[in-house]
Design a protein around this ligand. Structure first.
Ligand SMILES: Cc1cc2nc3c(=O)[nH]c(=O)nc-3n(C[C@H](O)[C@H](O)[C@H](O)COP(=O)(O)OP(=O)(O)OC[C@H]3O[C@@H](n4cnc5c(N)ncnc54)[C@H](O)[C@@H]3O)c2cc1C
Length: 237
């Protein structure tokens, strides 16, 4: 479904990541499932003569009928990235098509592995928020996320709050932590940390979101740990 969205709020989460709240200009959001994404038309701007389409996961829950939340990561030199960083303002209008994607929450009793890097946290946040709202607290969830350094972690308070309502175990890993970070936590890539923590995942569902390489590497490890192929959910475009 096509919707015109108005930018309602933009928060900078760190040097490279913005959190944007968008609202439909015509009232309610179109239905979607937690974990799905939309296609945004990025308009022309100075230095970018043609509009382009890019995919963004929806970070908010479908129970929020008034807003769509996005987590926007800046890629140096990227067309959409430059738009978000330098041109998008409160009140800007963007055309969106949605819903898309197969990495949406499935009904099941199986426990869950989640794995993400960077803005890949967005669809998982949507799923977790939805699970909290729907009181789906009987499934154990193991959430693995990695970033370069501790300062790159985002939305930590939101995850701590979700932990109070769900059976949620958080594994944040800083792959390039420096001595001055005083980081005492995990440092491996998500797939390494999953391997360190589990021997057999045959009874789990898995949701992965990150770069194509990260998704491939994580899927390989999950299969080694015996998650059935049809229980591993991700989107690669
Ligand atoms: C299903 C799906 C969901 C997505 N969800 C999100 C999301 O929630 N938040 C978000 O910020 N992005 C998300 N993305 C990525 C997003 O669609 C864009 O690819 C990203 O914003 C870069 O677009 P751009 O126009 O700024 O860069 P482009 O102009 O397309 O690319 C500029 C340069 O950067 C390189 N590049 C592109 N992407 C990356 C990358 N990730 N890492 C390193 N180099 C890169 C390109 O190869 C090119 O050389 C998602 C992608 C998919 C497929």
């Amino acid at each position: 479904m096509e919707k015109n969205l108005r930018v309602k709020k933009i928060n900078r989460l760190n040097e490279n990541i913005q959190y944007a709240v968008l609202e439909p200009k015509d009232g309610k959001i179109a239905p979607f499932k937690p974990g799905q994404y939309l296609k945004l038309e990025i308009p022309e701007y100075e230095g970018n003569p043609e509009s382009v389409i890019r995919e963004y996961s929806i970070a908010s829950s479908p129970n929020n009928k008034d807003e769509l939340h996005l987590i926007l990561e800046y890629i140096e030199g990227g067309i959409a990235s430059n738009y978000f960083k330098h041109h998008m303002k409160r009140g800007s209008t963007l055309k969106a098509l949605y819903p898309y994607g197969d990495a949406y929450l499935r009904k099941s009793d199986r426990d869950i592995i989640m794995a993400s890097i960077g803005s890949g946290i967005a669809p998982l946040l949507s799923i977790l928020t939805f699970m909290k709202e729907e009181k789906m607290n009987s499934r154990k969830i193991y959430f693995f996320h990695s970033a370069y350094r501790p300062k790159d972690f985002i939305l930590i308070d939101e995850f701590k709050s979700l932990k109070r309502h769900l059976s949620l175990n958080l594994f944040f890993s800083a792959n390039e932590a420096q001595p001055e970070d005083n980081w005492q936590g995990l440092t491996g890539f998500v797939q390494e940390e999953i391997k360190n923590h589990f021997d057999d995942l045959s009874n789990y569902d898995a949701y992965i979101c990150g770069s194509p390489d990260m998704v491939n590497d994580t899927e390989k490890v999950l299969k080694e740990l015996m998650i059935p192929e049809n229980k591993i959910y991700y989107d690669k475009v």
